[in-house]
Ligand binder design. Structure first.
Ligand code: ZN
Length: 266
């Protein structure tokens, strides 16, 4: 398995995908990344997230299907006792303090090839051969990337970063806090949910839903489809106004902007 992944990564690194227009390249990338990450994610989560590590702002953390406190003044979240959508809408702000970055990690090197998910994205999406900061090819320094949100081209890896189409904090406050850790990790590393975007634009988007942030016009159909597909795949409750914005975009896009059949969640 690992050997297969490594040789695939190597062949992709030495023969970066040539320009084929936006959609085929993205399709290829998604399929490749999905093939790479899905089994790895499932394999790793069982062993990596034993009781260890960081606390959330509240001073506690989730472990398996429960939550416990470590610091004084720590409150219990309503995660496991609230019912239905109404309480989701009421308590959302309160629940932000229970968000624990570590449960939603995507900086990990899941396949042990010294490249994190971010580095693998950089290698796979560069339109020219990526160059590295060290001889082991762990960290990408330069390449050529199209930022779909702004339409701008970037050549220095530190200018861009991974944006989660549906932000992790948004997922957490919209039902994701009840997920098992393996599902949080899967969501955070799901190729459907990952786009390389200029850092400044990522800050501008922050944790906003589509009613408060949209990328450039040319990418809105695909963006809306990604939101819809991901929300269905992970069974997330979207804000009503976000759902309305998506519906409106979908109507404007017609059938051209739909996610291709093979990438729809089962
Ligand atoms: Zn603990």
């Amino acid at each position: 398995m690992e050997h297969l992944i490594r040789s695939l990564m190597k062949s992709l690194a030495t023969n970066p995908p040539k320009e084929q227009g936006a959609m085929p390249t993205r399709t290829l990338l998604r399929l490749t990344l999905r093939a790479l990450l899905t089994p790895i994610t499932l394999l790793c989560t069982a062993t990596l997230w034993a009781h260890a590590g960081g606390l959330d702002q509240n001073g506690g953390h989730y472990q398996f299907n429960s939550y416990h406190c470590h610091l004084g003044g720590c409150e219990m979240p309503d995660t496991f006792n609230r019912v239905g959508r109404d309480s989701l809408l009421i308590d959302r702000r309160d629940r932000e303090k229970f968000f624990n970055e570590e449960d939603w990690n995507f900086e990990q090197d899941f396949d042990n090839d010294c490249q994190s998910t971010r580095q693998e994205m950089l290698v796979l999406t560069s339109r020219i051969e990526a160059r590295y900061t060290n001889p082991r090819n762990c960290i990408v320094r330069t390449g050529e990337w199209l930022d779909e949100y702004t339409g701008e081209i970037f050549t220095v890896a530190t200018q861009i970063d991974i944006d989660h189409v549906i932000p992790r904090l948004y997922a957490h406050t919209h039902g994701g806090d009840r997920w098992p850790q393996s599902k949080k990790i899967q969501f955070s590393n799901d190729p459907l949910n990952l786009v390389l975007v200029e850092k400044r634009e990522i800050r501008r988007k922050s944790n906003r839903g589509p009613s408060r942030y949209l990328p450039r016009k040319e990418f809105q159909c695909e963006y809306a489809n990604l939101w819809k597909g991901l929300a269905e795949k992970y069974d997330l409750d979207l804000d009503q106004r976000d759902a309305n914005t998506l519906k409106k975009i979908e109507e404007d896009c017609g059938t051209d902007g739909l996610i291709p059949e093979d990438q729809r969640p089962a």
